[in-house]
Design a protein around this ligand. Structure first.
Ligand code: IVH
Length: 458
């Protein structure tokens, strides 16, 4: 075998292993074997750069640092979708279509909560990725998108095609990223969608590579050239090697559609990524022009938006946290419960007024959700489950130094009156050393705590 043939063989082996692992979720070779093939390819490419191909899996590693993103004009604009929020709005959507045509069916897909991307392939080779931008002009994020492991760099057919999908951050990657940021005292991402969007706008693609984004593809641009319906489009995308979300359904009646949405609303709690609704598309492409478009969105599709998840749990206690400005915040200590994909054991209660207004009492069964899908918050009390709990009383002394607390007129917050409060100081020192301030790498939270402990002993 020639060197060139061996390199082609290695690429084929790695591509297959990659697709089995990241797109099909069924690994076929060990990590060690994969690493060995990859190392061999890297070494051959450095010895014989003339044989290196554009779609080589070694180009995924990242490392390209850009000065900015080039603009990309979308040949076909990236539209958005109208929303419906209830069954009756959904039925009205269907009635509007029924007035225009018959002989239609629907495809439901999960609405993945990330950011839309358009991918261009020429003769089967990945060429360019662009963000939605304003729908007409987006940004070229090719080197960042290349680091997404489920993105095929080469398709199973040598065709020229543009496809669109959603880049998202799985819960696991999101939690890992925020834990890291917490330990570095960096601001947390509010939710996986913001984290995905922030990551794709990084100029250094090796940062993107480290954050484990993923991608589902759901549309072919000018799809009529290849297939005649959405259900066929999804099947064809899969055949080409794209990762297509498996939770899509072909439904024939409005009642079946309503049932499918109810079932997806249950399903979403079990998934490892965020979905904020169900996208409903008329299946038959030949009806699209007849049903028509508004300036912003097609009339043959809509998004049914889910209600934010709310969960019941027990409020075991209320503790108090002191921030670096000296504000004392009440915190709900909860019976741990799964909310929107992660376990919640504590939630903010904001301040005394919030607790009194909602009449939240220790021992109550409460309803929690994630505000903006991340910061756990106690929403309300299930008063029917109350038996003998006593009304909440705000503390009067600092939980750390026992100095009196003060509430300024017209403000809801309580402050520790001790200018040298260690609870307050430790947090201001952590902030001082953090990346957003002095960026003292060796002075992390743990070291500050040890310093403070030593200071106590003296
Ligand atoms: S189809 C004509 N399918 O939702 C619009 N969009 O509000 C074509 N999205 O910009 C979009 N999952 O970012 C479609 N299965 C899915 C989707 C999906 C998420 C996002 C996408 C789009 C937005 C529309």
């Amino acid at each position: 075998m020639t060197i060139k043939e061996r390199m082609a063989e290695l690429i084929a082996i790695i591509e297959k292993a990659n697709e089995d692992y990241h797109t099909k979720d069924t690994p076929t070779i060990s990590d060690a074997a994969y690493d060995q093939f990859m190392a061999e390819l890297v070494s051959l490419e450095s010895k014989y750069p003339e044989y290196k191909v554009e779609f080589s899996p070694t180009s995924r590693i990242g490392g390209i640092v850009l000065e900015g993103f080039n603009k990309v004009t979308h040949q076909v604009p990236m539209m958005s979708l109208a929303n419906v929020f209830s069954e009756s709005e959904l039925r009205s959507f269907d009635e509007r279509i029924a007035k225009i045509t018959d002989g239609y069916t629907y495809v439901t897909e999960l609405k993945i909560d990330g950011l839309a991307v358009s991918l261009l392939y020429e003769e089967g080779v990945f060429i360019r990725a662009a963000t939605r931008g304003n729908g007409s002009v987006g940004e070229d994020v090719t080197s960042n998108v290349k680091t997404i492991k489920s993105l095929p760099l080469r398709l199973h057919e040598p065709i020229t095609i543009e496809v669109r999908g959603e880049i998202y951050m799985p819960h696991k990657s999101f939690n890992q990223l925020n834990e890291e940021r917490l330990s570095q005292n960096e601001p947390l991402f509010a939710n996986p969608r913001n984290a995905a969007a922030g990551t794709i706008r990084q100029l250094d693609s090796s940062i993107v590579a480290s954050r484990n984004l993923d991608l589902f593809i759901y549309t072919i641009v000018n799809a009529k050239k290849y297939v005649s319906s959405q259900i066929e489009a999804l099947q064809y995308l899969k055949k080409l090697g794209f990762k297509v979300n498996p939770h899509h359904h072909h439904v024939k009646t409005i009642d079946a559609l309503v049932d499918q949405i109810k079932s997806d609303d249950e399903l979403r709690h079990t998934l490892s990524y965020d979905t904020d609704g169900v996208v409903i598309k008329v299946n038959e492409f030949h009806l699209y022009d007849k049903i028509g478009y508004t300036a912003k969105s097609p009339k043959w599709a809509t998004a049914y938006k889910f209600q934010a998840e709310q969960v019941e749990t027990l409020l075991k206690g209320i503790t108090f946290q002191i921030g670096r400005t000296g504000v004392v915040t009440p915190v709900a200590e909860l019976e741990p419960v799964l909310v929107s994909g992660s376990t919640v054991a504590r939630a903010t209660l904001h301040n005394e007024d919030y607790i009194k207004m909602k009449d939240i009492r220790i021992g109550d069964t409460v309803i929690v959700h994630k505000a903006g899908e991340i910061i756990p918050e106690v929403l309300s009390v299930v008063t029917s489950k109350r038996n003998g709990q006593v009304p909440f009383e705000m503390i009067h002394a600092c939980p750390v130094c026992a100095s009196p607390l003060k509430r300024h007129p017209g403000e809801a917050d309580h402050y520790c009156t001790n200018p040298d409060c260690p609870g307050k100081n430790i947090n201001s020192l952590i902030h001082f050393a953090s990346r957003v301030a002095m960026d003292i790498d060796t002075l992390g939270e743990r070291v500050v705590e040890i310093l403070q402990y030593l200071w106590y002993l003296n």
